[in-house]
Design a protein around this ligand. Structure first.
Ligand SMILES: [Zn+2]
Length: 217
């Protein structure tokens, strides 16, 4: 299917090409090429959707909302007006829609979960200010910088994905999550025989003896 491109602008004002569906006329005029009726989109809401691996699809995009817990209860699913818009654009309008349709639901919620596309301080603040909810998301590994200051002893950095790396260069393994204390418990990775000689040569002798744990929060 042919996907025409039109000029658009990003939120920073930069010009960009954006894909939109073909247009058509819904009227039945015999001389439809010259009639005064407006052309309308032939497939409202469809757009170029980029998925993992940078694969592109001509598709519609749906925002869904569900109550989490021991079982998940779907509450709402609504087609987005423009499938080519970024995933982060759907949460705030969808929360407003849920607030109108099910006000008691929003009143009784504390936390809203979403994926790494929503790892954005401005959206987090908006959700907190408007609905009083804590937005929790997976960190966006590509956008987050490593933390290099105020770290536990022996830790060189915490990567953008949240993994502590020790001063000898080894990423630590996640051991457990202490939900009440909001802490993640890590420990040194087991020494793998195959890579031991390479690691030893490159980084010095790995520490032996009982492994110590590191807590980040
Ligand atoms: Zn017409």
């Amino acid at each position: 299917m042919e996907v025409p491109e039109v000029e658009g602008r990003t939120k920073n004002g930069k010009s960009m090409k954006k894909s939109h569906p073909k247009t058509t006329k819904r009227c039945q005029c015999p001389q439809w090429q010259d009639c005064p009726h407006d052309r309308v989109s032939a497939d409202v809401g469809a757009g170029a959707v980029v998925k993992a691996g940078r694969k592109m699809y001509w598709a519609h995009k749906v925002s869904t909302f569900a109550l989490g817990g021991p079982i998940e209860i779907p509450l709402d699913a609504v087609a987005m007006m423009d499938a080519a818009s970024h995933d982060s654009r759907s949460l705030v309008p969808h929360l407003e829609r849920i607030e109108t349709r099910f006000p008691d639901v929003i009143k009784n919620l504390d936390i809203v979960l979403d994926d790494s596309a929503l790892d954005d301080e401005a959206i987090r603040k908006q959700v907190k200010d408007c609905q009083g909810l804590d937005l929790r998301v997976e960190p966006n590994r590509r956008a987050r910088k490593a933390i290099e200051k105020d770290l536990p002893k022996g830790i060189d950095r915490i990567t953008g994905g949240g993994t502590p790396v020790c001063e000898a260069g080894f990423p630590l393994d996640l051991l457990d999550v202490r939900k009440k204390l909001e802490q993640f418990l890590f420990r040194a990775p087991p020494i793998r025989k195959a890579s031991r000689s390479a690691s030893t040569a490159r980084r010095g002798t790995p520490v032996s003896g009982p492994r110590r744990s590191v807590v980040t929060s």
